[in-house]
Write a protein that binds this ligand. Structure first.
Ligand SMILES: Nc1ncnc2c1ncn2[C@@H]1O[C@H](COP(=O)(O)OP(=O)(O)OP(=O)(O)O)[C@@H](O)[C@H]1O
Length: 242
C-alpha cells in the first residue's frame, strides 16, 4: 500500500462518559512523520486508540485517505490500511515468532516474513520461540514488525522504543524513516524519548489535557525551550531534545 493522508477534525473521545480528548484537529499529509508528544496522561495513547476505533468517540471526524472511517470497527479500519501498534503489544503468547508474523501478513505470501527478519535480525534468531519466551524488547520488535508486514498506509506506534536497546532503537527509527520517505506509509509516533521523536518527525503535535496545545516542526520546537518546558516539562534535561 502507499501512504495515505490522515485528517482529524473536532475529535472528542474517551472512555464511557469520561472525555479525554477535546476537539482535537490536525492533518497529516500522505508520507508525513508526525510525533505526538505531551506529559503523562494527556491523552496520547487515547488519541491513537480512538483513531484505531478502540475508544468511545463523542464527536468529530476521522478520514483515512479522504475516506470517513468513524462508522467502521477496528478490524475494518485495519483492512482499510490503518496499522496500530498499541503499548500493550498484543502478541500471541502460545504462537511462535514466525506464526505471530504470519498473522500480520493479511493476504501476502508467507515469504514476506523475510522483510521482518531483515528489519529485526533478532526475530529471525528467535523465530521458533514462542511469544511468551521473548523479552519485552523482543515482543516490541515482534508487534511492530507484524504490523508493518500488513503494509498499512498509515502506521500508528505507541512508544515503540520502550524496552529496546539503543542500537535497536536506532535501527527501528531508520527503518521507519525509510518507509515514510519512500512514500510507503504515513507515520504517527507517540514517544517518551523526545530526542528520538524529534530526530524522526517532520511535524510535531503536543497535547495538553486532551487538547492540541502546540503544532509545528521539530526545528521550531527545539528553538523554543519555553514551549518544551511548559508542555513537556523537560527543562532540567536540555540535552534530551538536542
Ligand atoms: N481504558 C481506560 N479507561 C478509562 N480511562 C482511561 C483508560 N485509558 C486511559 N485512561 C485515562 O485517560 C487519560 C489519558 O490517558 P492516556 O494513556 O491516553 O495518556 P498518555 O498521554 O498516553 O499517557 P502516558 O504517557 O502515561 O502513556 C488518563 O487520565 C487515563 O487515566
Amino acid at each position: 500500500m502507499t501512504a495515505a493522508s490522515l485528517e482529524i477534525s473536532g475529535l472528542t473521545a474517551g472512555y464511557g462518559q469520561t472525555r479525554v480528548l477535546e476537539d482535537v484537529s490536525f492533518v497529516s499529509p500522505a508520507g508525513a512523520r508526525l510525533a505526538v508528544l505531551g506529559r503523562n496522561g494527556v491523552g496520547k495513547s487515547t488519541l491513537l486508540a480512538t483513531i484505531a476505533g478502540q475508544t468511545r468517540r463523542h464527536a468529530g471526524e476521522i478520514r483515512l485517505g479522504g475516506v470517513d472511517i468513524v462508522g467502521k470497527d477496528s478490524a475494518s479500519r485495519a483492512w482499510l490500511g490503518l496499522g496500530y501498534v498499541p503499548q500493550e503489544r498484543g502478541i500471541f503468547p502460545s504462537l511462535t515468532v514466525e506464526e505471530n508474523l504470519f498473522v500480520g501478513l493479511k493476504d501476502r505470501q508467507r515469504s514476506a516474513v523475510d522483510e521482518a527478519y531483515a528489519m529485526f535480525p533478532r526475530l529471525k534468531e528467535r523465530r521458533r520461540n514462542r511469544g511468551n519466551q521473548l523479552s519485552g524488547g523482543e515482543q516490541q520488535m515482534l508487534t511492530t514488525a507484524r504490523t508493518i508486514l500488513g503494509r498499512p498506509s498509515v502506521l500508528m506506534l505507541d512508544e515503540p522504543l520502550e524496552g529496546l536497546a539503543p542500537v535497536i532503537c536506532d535501527e527501528l527509527m531508520a527503518a521507519l524513516m525509510r518507509l515514510a520517505s519512500g512514500g510507503d506509509m504515513t507515520i504517527l509516533l507517540v514517544e517518551q524519548r523526545i530526542r528520538a521523536a524529534l530526530d524522526f518527525a517532520d511535524q510535531v503535535l503536543i497535547l495538553e489535557r486532551g487538547r492540541v496545545a502546540w503544532t509545528g516542526t521539530p526545528a521550531a520546537l527545539r528553538a523554543s525551550p519555553q514551549t518544551i518546558e511548559r508542555l513537556l516539562g523537560v527543562a532540567a534535561m536540555p540535552h534530551s531534545v538536542d
